[in-house]
Design a protein around this ligand. Structure first.
Ligand SMILES: Cc1cc2nc3c(=O)[nH]c(=O)nc-3n(C[C@H](O)[C@H](O)[C@H](O)COP(=O)(O)OP(=O)(O)OC[C@H]3O[C@@H](n4cnc5c(N)ncnc54)[C@H](O)[C@@H]3O)c2cc1C
Length: 621
């Protein structure tokens, strides 16, 4: 991947318009020895240090949480995204993905760790001044300082920019913060907070003669005054009581109260009035990493199901002999395989783009200030939202089936199944709810199309001509997985047809048609995941991998079922977009496009389930 040039790397969303070569896509099978080493380190840390003390952590022993963060730091797990100059390891995003993936083995500690690594260290690395980085990063990277991220408020969760916390600029250039933040991870014991507040309009202009804190001058966006600050607890930040949550009992979640908290001018993070830039960049990273955590959690739990199915006996045989159980385990594997493929593919794209970004001083390579990484994550923001939504929903599916496979034992605390289930539910709520992310997936593509950055409009027009013309001869390629490759071409055309028609019909008002956008998001997620799974299976076949047939089985089942889901979503979206003859024409075009012959998914799921049960775990790990 590192040899790719800028022009050869697929841009964000381009997978909808182009096909990709299996050889160009990063897959988990390409992990290096260094990647595997860090995976083992993270896994052993969770297994040996965190899981044995989980009950104590759930009793809210935040001293223990702090010590565990420090231990993770000594193993280098906190600093993978931070350049070496600031005490980090400056490793690639695949490494960062692996750490998130392995942290999923304890969701509670994963939340504590994630808030520190992703929501505090990353924004400082990306937007901090040299002085801020020097002051805070070393201590955050050793866990000496614990961080928390205060964006949400009682009245503004999804509508985060509607925050009511106020910052009033003083004559000496400092700010006084007043307001309250809600549901803040690490809120009970953090020392340093990234806090978002609106600078009081009457004090937006800086006092005469003082340099503007942060980088550069303030300009557009300043009117709203939405600004990020670095606030130390010692300046007067108070924590509310611990929330009584459904899950994540071993992670602190509290309100934060700011009553006349004085923040020096040099603690503005980024620019006054540009807090949204900090917040959105953090979200691009965090969504991708949350997706990775979810994929890791799903793969891990397949092991619990597989082992239980092998040992639990009913009717004088292991329950894993029953087709109903094999179906569940097989489907857990199929869904996990697809989302994992999509996430590793995205990490590969992000790394390739960072590597191809010219660095101001060296002419190539990674920019030390993190700007290349921020730009790359912005480029793949659609894919990050897909990782978040499809990852969290796959995990919910897997954890629900894990309980079902455990029967009564799944419902009681003696087994971890019920804890996993409770812990995971929040993944669909934070880092932007799945509804918000679903709206963003087509929303960002449409924005890029209208700006001319992504050729969706010409492609949709060309497709319209193709669909109205005489039917083209299907390709005669009958190589393994050729049928699935044809199906994916059809999926992409379906997505383009529905999205293009919605843009044409609703124009500017498309944002009001949320149900249509949700259907389109579902189609797009299936397209990206199905293609990623197929490319991974093709790569396995090309290198004659010993598990190539299992790869093919997982990809084929996913593509087969995606065809039915895409067909159903497309029908509903089309019927909500047009009617009469136009609808009839579109539905007939859809029938021509999605002509996927059903395969024997029962047999393939059984093969996948048998492999998982025989191994006692996820077969592609
Ligand atoms: C355990 C936990 C830890 C958290 N940690 C942090 C943290 O560290 N820092 C932080 O800042 N926040 C944190 N949060 C807050 C979290 O980010 C918010 O809960 C989340 O963004 C949703 O906001 P809300 O709860 O206000 O829901 P709302 O925004 O009120 O949403 C309610 C429902 O309405 C839907 N909805 C809202 N707006 C729209 C729209 N425009 N179109 C369609 N549907 C819409 C949502 O999808 C959802 O289904 C945490 C929350 C929890 C539960």
């Amino acid at each position: 991947m590192t040899t790719a040039t800028d022009a050869t790397i697929q841009r964000g969303g381009e997978w909808l318009l182009q096909s990709a070569e299996a050889a160009s896509v990063f897959t988990p099978e390409q992990l290096t020895e260094e990647h595997r080493l860090i995976a083992r380190t993270a896994e052993e840390f969770i297994t040996n240090e965190v899981l044995p003390v989980l009950d104590t952590l759930e009793q809210k022993d935040w001293g223990l949480a702090r010590r565990l963060v420090q231990k993770a730091a000594t193993l280098g797990l906190l600093g993978v995204d931070v350049p070496e100059t600031y005490g980090g390891l400056g490793l690639d995003k695949v490494t960062s993905l692996i750490v998130s993936d392995r942290m999923s083995r304890s969701a509670s500690f994963g939340a504590t760790f994630g808030a520190q690594a992703n929501l505090v260290i990353i924004p400082i690395a990306l937007f901090g001044t040299e002085a801020q980085k020097e002051k805070y990063l070393p201590q955050l990277l050793t866990g000496e300082l614990i961080g928390a991220y205060g964006l949400s408020e009682t009245g503004s969760g999804s509508d985060a920019l509607g925050a009511r916390t106020r910052a009033t600029r003083q004559a000496d250039g400092s700010f006084v913060l007043n307001g309250e933040k809600m549901w803040i991870t690490n809120g009970g014991f953090a020392d340093l907070f990234v806090v978002f507040a609106k600078v009081d309009p009457s004090t937006l202009r800086e006092p005469q003669g003082r340099p503007e804190p942060g980088r550069g001058a303030t300009s557009s966006g300043q009117a709203d005054g939405f600004t990020a600050f670095l606030v130390e607890r010692g300046w007067g930040v108070k924590s509310g009581k611990e929330e009584h949550k459904m899950g994540l009992h071993g992670s602190s979640t509290t309100a934060l109260i700011f009553q006349d908290v004085k923040v020096p001018a040099e603690n503005v993070l980024g620019e006054v009035g540009k807090g949204h830039k900090v917040a959105f960049n953090v979200l691009n990273f965090a969504r991708f990493k949350l997706g990775a955590m979810c994929a890791g959690g799903a793969a891990n739990v397949i092991g619990e199901s597989a082992k239980y199915a092998a040992t639990r006996r009913q009717f004088n045989q292991p329950i894993g002999n029953f087709g109903a159980i094999k179906h569940k385990i097989g489907e857990m594997v199929v869904k996990s395989y697809a989302i994992e493929s999509a996430i590793y593919r995205t990490a590969g794209l992000v790394d390739a783009r960072i590597a191809a970004t010219p660095h101001p001083s060296t002419g190539s390579g990674q920019a030390n200030d993190g700007s290349a990484a921020a730009a790359a994550f912005e480029e793949y923001a659609v894919e990050a939202s897909i990782a978040k939504v499809a990852g969290s929903e796959t995990l919910n599916f897997v954890l629900d089936e894990n309980i079902q496979i455990h029967g009564g034992n799944g419902y009681v605390k003696d087994y971890p199944a019920e804890r996993h289930f409770r812990d995971a539910r929040v993944n669909r709520i934070f880092e932007g709810t799945n509804e918000i992310n679903r709206l963003l997936i087509p929303g960002m593509l449409v924005r890029r199309a209208l700006k001319g950055d992504l050729g969706i409009i010409p492609a949709a027009k060309a497709l319209q001509d193709e669909l109205l013309g005489p039917p083209s001869m299907p390709s005669m390629d009958d190589s393994p997985l050729a049928e699935e490759a044809r199906a994916i071409t059809a999926f992409k055309k379906t997505a383009l047809m529905v999205l293009g028609l919605a843009m044409q019909t609703f124009g500017q008002k498309l944002t009001d048609e949320q149900e249509v956008l949700m259907h389109i998001a579902d189609i797009l997620m299936d397209v990206f995941c199905a293609e990623s799974a197929l490319l991974r299976a093709q790569a396995a076949a090309a290198r004659r991998d010993g598990k190539a047939e299992l790869h093919a089985a997982a990809a084929r089942v996913f593509v087969n079922d995606a065809a039915m889901r895409i067909d159903a979503s497309a029908r509903q979206a089309l019927a909500a977009t047009v009617d009469g003859d136009t609808l009839r024409t579109m539905l007939s075009a859809l029938r021509r496009l999605i002509k996927v012959t059903p395969i024997n998914t029962v047999k393939l799921r059984r093969e996948l389930a048998d492999a998982a049960i025989a191994r006692g775990g996820y077969v592609f790990a």
